[in-house]
Design a binder for this molecule. Structure first.
Ligand code: ZN
Ligand code: ZN
Length: 357
């Protein structure tokens, strides 16, 4: 039995559940290996079931080793009800962060006498610590993004639209083996760089502007995420100052990031420095987030997240300073927590790159 299924059996035992129902795509992929877009898993103390519709029966049988694939007579939901009744399960954990209210109501009605127990909080930590196969996939995705950053610098010129830069990054990453972009690519130039989530627009790049490039690749289901801020031309004194501050804050956070440290402490290491220099109010988001089968996972490097870091976690470290009307700087690396500290998976240079106008 693999470790992932073993953890499920532990959750069942500790919470006195007869079964767990998995409806979230990333979790059914994680537990069964099935990559199709429709499934429900039912896991009990002894057996693993995967219910999917006719489009995926063959694929599920091939991918989900150790699972009995069940073909519904009609709807997947009805097949879940049948299976739960047939197995006589009385207390079932479900993903309360995922199941729609309508589906929940259907199960409540059709499964009278069955207790549905919210289990999101128990399930969430399963994917926090990545195994070797996962970290290799994430590293590969980070490598594709690094190559794209190196490639895109030649395209960044006055008059080019942000959207053209984003398109070129996306096309390059796919050519290099990415399944897709990890999220809508952010290319935010000039005053738009003050928007932490400034998805590429049709604005043209101008000399003297900061350009925030935030993107990542997906490789075998795993995401990467990185940000670099470059300048078109020469930076002025203020641009130099803000860039130096953000980079220092980022490096300071990476220096304290290791097993045993709380997420909030890493956030504080960067936030303190930015606050001391007077820009605390201009760093309005958390320092980072975990990354894996989803682009934003828990735990987060944020003031209120006291999760203790463990080797094998993969997180971003991405401080930023944003000044409305002026612009902004963000520098983001993806790091793997190692027994002795952390390894930076994004390898692109972090000194300010001045591009020719
Ligand atoms: Zn990012
Ligand atoms: Zn990020």
């Amino acid at each position: 039995m693999n470790k992932r299924i073993e953890s499920i059996r532990e959750i069942l035992a500790v919470n006195k559940l007869d079964g767990l129902m998995i409806t979230k795509e990333q979790n059914w992929r994680y537990l069964s290996g099935f990559t199709g877009s429709s499934a429900v898993l039912i896991l009990t103390a002894n057996d693993n079931y995967l219910i999917t519709d006719f489009r995926y029966l063959e694929q599920a049988a091939a991918e989900a080793g150790g699972f009995q694939v069940i073909k519904p007579q009609a709807l997947v939901e009805a097949a879940v009800v049948d299976l739960v009744s047939r197995l006589g399960l009385k207390r079932i954990g479900f993903e309360d962060d995922n199941l729609t209210y309508r589906t929940y109501k259907t199960f409540k009605e059709k499964l009278s006498g069955v207790e549905l127990v919210p289990a999101h909080r128990q399930l969430e930590p399963l994917r926090w610590v990545k195994d070797l196969q996962e970290t290799e996939a994430i590293s590969k995705a980070a490598g594709i993004a690094d190559a794209a950053f190196d490639y895109i610098l030649d395209f960044i010129k006055p008059g080019v639209r942000e959207s053209e830069i984003a398109l070129e990054i996306d096309y390059y990453m796919r050519r290099k083996g990415a399944e897709k972009s990890a999220f809508d690519i952010i290319v935010a130039s000039g005053s738009r760089a003050a928007l932490p989530h400034g998805v590429a627009s049709d604005k043209e790049l101008q000399p003297g502007e900061f350009i925030v490039l935030d993107f990542g690749a997906v490789y075998t289901g795993y995401h990467s995420d990185m940000t670099r801020t470059v300048i078109l031309g020469k930076p002025d004194a203020k641009q130099r100052e803000i860039y130096r501050l953000v980079l220092q804050a980022q490096e300071r956070a990476i220096a304290v990031l290791k097993p045993g440290v709380k997420c909030s402490e890493v956030d504080l290491a960067a936030r303190d420095l930015i606050s001391v220099e007077g820009y605390g109010a201009n760093f309005g988001h958390g320092l980072g987030h975990s990354v894996g089968l989803e682009i934003h996972e828990k735990p987060s490097l944020a003031p209120r997240d006291d999760t203790v870091l463990e080797a094998g976690m993969v997180l971003t470290v991405e401080p930023g300073v944003y000044l409305s009307g002026w612009g902004g700087v963000r520098i983001e690396d993806l790091v793997l927590v190692t027994p002795g500290g952390c390894e930076i998976l994004s390898k692109s240079p972090k000194q300010l790159i001045e591009l020719q106008t």
